[in-house]
Design a protein around this ligand. Structure first.
Ligand code: B12
Ligand code: SF4
Length: 585
């Protein structure tokens, strides 16, 4: 094997098998000349072909072993903030085991930390900066040729004791992007119901202070021509029968004219496709949302980031929050599901700002039709927000954001790397602020809201309707702390859900005077019945009239008996029966 591209080093138990668009494009470019393969460890985990039940340090050796077994001459790693330590640790082992292998990096994290990375790790031979389509072939020709990189665009490399950085090639135009479509998503798409990751284009014209996208793509917004996008969708449909698309672009909706013609084209051809994308509320309006829905848009990811007008300005997101709520509500009325994402723990955030975020998050949750996310701010290298705290951060393994570091596979070697190289691993460092000290485990609450929104919506609705999120947090802080610390020790998703359910039950039992226990019991019974596949009739008694609650949202204290039964199509039916009727098994 000549070239091996490596990605997917999260190694979570659930296994994240999404194919990586960038590496597929690069592989396609060089495959005509070089024997090239892509290796995703997360994909192997998902397929049960890479066992992660080993000590974290053994996992590093094991990953290096899998790479070495393929006997590559060149190994290129995709780098992203959350797994950069794994990439570095694995690279070090590879170099020790076989010093002939050329090791190079690409992707956001290495691009944004290139100079420091090459200065620090002598086993990294070269870094490709940013967009790499125009660099990859000349680079390969030099690696397999004279190894004179001086004329390869957009690379940084070591020459003697000096770090050289070549100017980047011009970024791809909308039309040029068209040349880099990857129909065979690495052979991963086998299932008819799979969701295709379709590259919509690149670059976001905004410059939020916590985000690294603007630096990476140089704020140059590009979008693939409508005819090309539709052709790609048709091709996936033709090849695999696929109809569900996830359009990958930080801001697919930035160009109104393009978006309108994309939607109209789908409507005109009466397409069977459904699609999702990311957007900002301030580039949308009612008319556009209606059109998007009509053309098959099912979900829109919205980064609202903060519920405080003051913080909106500080992080340069500059959203009008009344308009944001209006757009969210309008999407819901149209039948589009918004995923609304917030961040807390920014350097300049006060308790007042933060509580405004929680209040807005609660408002969104109470719509009953949106997914909410809350992330802890982490300082991404080369961003404006990170600069504000770079001199007062410290590394505390227990305080790293749950969504950024998979602690279960971060062992001594990786921890040492992180501790010794603050600048390169700033994203795993933390700092104190009044909000971060007062609410250290708040993500666990939002996890509860997110993971249980479908299963226990009415129960959660009752709780959220009565209490502000920060009040609930304070009442059950110890339970949330336990959950947080156990998070990565839990063997499976179902174990995590069981623990979450226990916390929810505790809240419900403590507040039993409101009849919440009945609603909780009802939702649990329905879920368990569905999950069990049970075909027998099940009868359950309640202190309250659950049907009245379901119908009118009102609590009526009256002994009720409900019957759950399976329908012919596998669905379930719910029927109220007189309390004096009993069933003989
Ligand atoms: C789609 C996406 C996802 C998908 C991933 C789907 C997939 N497997 O590709 C999902 C939802 C799973 C995801 C998750 C996360 N993501 Co994300 N994601 C994106 C997004 C929006 C688009 C990526 C994309 O496909 N771009 C298009 C392709 C063509 O570009 P590319 O992958 O960068 O590849 C090009 C270059 O990087 C380079 N290249 C890539 N690989 C290599 C390898 C070599 C050897 C070389 C030489 C060059 C090279 O060449 C390619 C062509 O030009 C980007 C933002 C963005 N616009 O890039 C964020 C982004 C990459 N994600 C980010 C983050 C933080 C995450 C999470 C950590 C979030 C979280 N807290 O959970 C997780 C991590 C998951 C993981 N380990 O991969 C950050 C990374 C920041 C950083 N500095 O590292 C970004 C930049 C978003 C941001 N605004 O900050 N993400
Ligand atoms: S957060 Fe979103 S809008 Fe802001 S710069 Fe990043 S991608 Fe653009």
């Amino acid at each position: 094997m000549e070239v091996l591209f490596v990605n997917g080093m999260e190694l979570t138990k659930s296994g994240n098998a999404t194919p990586h668009i960038g590496q597929i494009i690069l592989k396609n470019i060089i495959s005509e000349k070089y024997d090239t393969e892509i290796l995703s460890f997360d994909n192997l985990v998902a397929k049960g072909e890479f066992d992660i039940n080993k000590t974290p340090d053994d996992l590093i050796d094991e990953m290096a072993e899998v790479i070495l077994e393929k006997k590559p001459e060149v190994v290129g790693f995709y780098t992203i903030c959350n797994t950069f330590h794994m990439v570095v640790a694995v690279s070090e082992v590879i170099r020790k085991r076989n010093s002939d292998i050329f090791i190079f990096y690409g992707g956001p994290h290495a691009t944004l930390t290139a100079k420091k990375c090459l200065e620090t790790f002598d086993f990294v031979d070269l870094i490709c900066l940013g967009e790499s389509e125009k660099s990859i072939m000349p680079l390969m020709d030099e690696i397999f040729g004279k190894r004179d990189f001086s004329s390869v665009p957009g690379v940084s490399y070591r020459q003697g004791n000096e770090i050289k950085q070549n100017p980047c090639a011009t970024l791809l135009t909308n039309e040029e992007l068209t040349n880099y479509t990857q129909y065979d998503l690495g052979g991963v798409l086998k299932y008819k119901d799979a969701r295709v990751l379709l590259e919509g284009g690149r670059g976001c014209p905004y410059q939020c202070t916590f985000c690294s996208t603007s630096r990476f793509w140089k704020r140059q917004f590009r979008v693939k021509p409508v005819s090309v996008l539709i052709k790609e969708m048709d091709k996936y449909h033709e090849m695999y029968g696929l109809t569900s698309f996830s359009i990958q672009h930080d801001l697919f909706t930035a160009n109104r004219k393009h978006l309108v013609s994309f939607c109209n084209a789908l409507i005109e051809k009466n397409s069977p496709y459904v699609w999702r994308c990311s957007s900002r509320v301030d580039v949308l309006d009612h008319e556009l949302i209606e059109l998007m829905k009509k053309s098959g848009c099912l979900e829109i990811y919205l980064g609202i980031e903060t519920g405080s007008e003051r913080m909106q300005k500080i992080i340069k997101k500059n959203l009008n929050l009344d308009n944001a709520m209006d757009m969210i509500n309008f999407m819901i009325r149209q039948g589009i599901v918004p995923t609304v994402s917030f961040i807390y723990g920014y350097p300049d955030e006060t308790i007042e700002d933060y509580e405004k975020t929680l209040t807005m998050l609660r408002k969104v949750f109470l719509t009953g039709k949106a997914t909410v996310q809350l992330h802890k701010f982490f300082p991404l290298p080369a961003t404006e927000e990170a600069d504000k705290v770079a001199d007062r951060v410290y590394f505390d393994f227990e305080k790293v954001d749950l969504s950024i570091l998979n602690r279960a596979v971060c062992g001594k070697r990786c921890k040492d790397l992180i501790k010794q190289n603050k600048e390169l691993f700033l994203q795993f460092y933390t700092f104190d602020s009044e909000v971060r000290v007062k609410y250290p485990y708040i993500e666990a609450v939002v996890m509860l809201l997110g993971m249980f929104a479908g299963r226990f919506y009415m129960t959660l609705y009752q709780i959220m309707n009565k209490y502000e999120i920060h009040d609930i947090y304070k009442r059950y802080e110890d339970d949330f702390e336990m959950l947080f610390f156990n998070y990565y020790e839990l063997v499976s998703q179902s174990e995590l859900l069981d623990k979450l359910e226990m916390v929810l039950k505790k809240i419900v039992d403590n507040e039993h005077n409101d009849g919440w226990s009945d609603i909780f019991r009802f939702e649990k019974a329905v879920f368990d019945y569905i999950a069990s596949g049970n075909k027998e009739v099940v009868v359950i008694d309640f202190e309250n009239d659950i049907m009245a609650y379901l119908k009118y949202g009102k609590r009526v204290k009256e002994h009720t008996r409900l019957m759950l039964m399976r329908e012919g199509n596998g669905g379930i039916k719910l029927k109220r029966v007189p309390v004096n009727v009993s069933f003989i098994a």
